[in-house]
Write a protein that binds this ligand. Structure first.
Ligand code: CTP
Length: 404
């Protein structure tokens, strides 16, 4: 029983595939889950609450309160109760509401209150599924970390054939079970992750920085925490928020401060992922006063900052993993291979600053992983959340190799 004792909130929206939700409920119960069902008012037109109440062994929730006894169905407590929320079928309409934070029924309010992982199984006609608005909404949900269980191709209720059929209940249950299985993969492990840019002061109002947003490092922190790791996220100035009890965030500004934070935390870590774009140079002298404009050219003398990855590479034990990034504008493979060796990394994640949709300040990335044993893995362009999961997968492969 892969879902033993898990609280699953199943959200059903008004689509013809709602008939499959009865079977989905049965499968979830069979796997040991405790299931509560929340339906949109339209979903009741497609499948009766009685069927679902019988199968889930719990009353069905549709309204904010029970019209007979005034009992309040709290979306907040439902959201907190759930270990996972599944929305299946998810119509184009509900997906659009979810991606825009619209909360006009018990299902959408529960979605907004849910702190747990959310699985979304879209179901609609092929043209609705292919519409740019739907594509954008699904991409937005993916981006905020919802897990999309992709629709299947096949015969649709409209009589047309194409992509838009809800994934079969077995596939949905497998996705949820896999998630919980993975969520323990890094239990007991501590992972340090650097993220964002560093700022090197020139004077009280100016600095040397770069365009790194921190998105990749933050996505890695969430991906590692989702697998059960305790994460120490050491972040340069990034305009990102993170709210996860498994992630301890340490904010720093300069390369020197990042190095100090890394140095004092690395020893207790099982692995470190260096995703920060650390400034390589800083001004030798930081002016105490704002530098005034003059007629002649201004020269600022720079000195090297600590190469954090390289220094950790010198310290690391045989039981620790060190993973670096290489953002290149040319000769990517050759430069990344050199950094892999020079910094004593277990693997390096190469991405190109020139490529559309990859590198700094984007929501997507396309990476190549180069391992110290010479293995090379190329990936497609994906959301940074998915890329983060690919990197964590490879970190687990590398950790298993150490354990052998
Ligand atoms: N890195 C680091 N400390 C630095 C510079 C880089 O920890 N002072 C880490 C980055 O976080 C990344 C890897 O080293 O994981 C490679 O960073 P990158 O900037 O691509 O390489 P550099 O060694 O700085 O080389 P160059 O800038 O010449 O490409």
């Amino acid at each position: 029983m892969t879902l033993s004792g898990k609280n699953i909130l199943l959200g059903i929206t008004g689509g013809i595939a709602a008939y499959k939700s009865a079977y989905l409920t049965r499968l979830l119960i069979k796997q040991g889950a405790i299931v509560k069902v929340v339906m949109t008012p339209t979903a009741k037109q497609f499948i009766t609450p009685l069927t679902l109440a019988t199968l889930s062994q719990n009353p069905i929730l549709v309204d904010f309160f029970n019209s007979e006894n005034g009992g309040w169905n709290s979306h907040v407590s439902l959201g907190l109760w759930a270990d996972a929320m599944i929305i299946a079928p998810a119509t184009a309409n509900t997906i659009a509401k979810m991606s825009n934070g619209i909360a006009d029924n018990l299902l959408t309010t529960s979605y907004l209150s849910a702190r747990c992982p959310v699985f979304v199984a879209p179901a609609m006609d092929l043209d609705m599924f292919a519409h740019p608005a739907t594509r954008r909404n699904i991409a937005a949900l993916k981006n905020i970390g919802n897990i999309i269980i992709d629709a299947d191709e096949g015969e649709l209720a409209s009589g047309l054939t194409g992509k838009g059929r809800m994934a079969e209940p077995e596939k949905i249950v497998a996705a949820v079970s896999d998630y919980f299985e993975q969520s323990n993969q890094l239990a007991g492990k501590t992972i340090m992750i650097t993220a964002g840019p560093t700022y090197e002061n020139i004077d009280p109002v100016r600095f040397i920085g770069n365009y790194s947003s921190g998105k990749m490092g933050f996505a890695l922190a969430v991906a590692a925490a989702n697998r059960g790791a305790d994460v120490i996220l050491i972040s340069g100035p990034a305009r990102l928020k993170i709210n996860n009890s498994r992630i301890q965030r340490i904010d720093v500004t300069s390369a020197e401060q990042m190095y100090e934070a890394c140095k004092s935390n690395f020893e207790k870590c099982d692995a470190a992922i260096m995703a920060a774009a650390v400034a390589d140079y800083r001004p030798v002298n930081v002016s105490e006063q704002k530098i005034k404009k003059a007629d002649n050219a201004l020269t600022i003398t720079l000195e090297a900052t600590p190469d954090i990855a390289k220094l950790l590479g010198q310290q690391k034990s045989d039981r620790q993993l060190l993973i670096g990034f290489a953002l290149e504008t040319e000769n990517g493979l050759a430069n990344a291979t050199e950094k892999l060796k020079k910094k004593n990394l277990d693997f390096i994640v190469l991405n190109s600053a020139n490529e559309l949709g990859a590198g700094f300040n984007t929501d997507t990335n396309r990476i190549t992983i180069l391992k110290k044993n010479g293995e090379k893995i190329d990936y497609q362009l994906k959301s940074k959340n998915e890329v983060a999961n690919d990197i964590i997968d490879q970190m687990i492969v590398a950790a298993n190799e150490i354990d052998k």
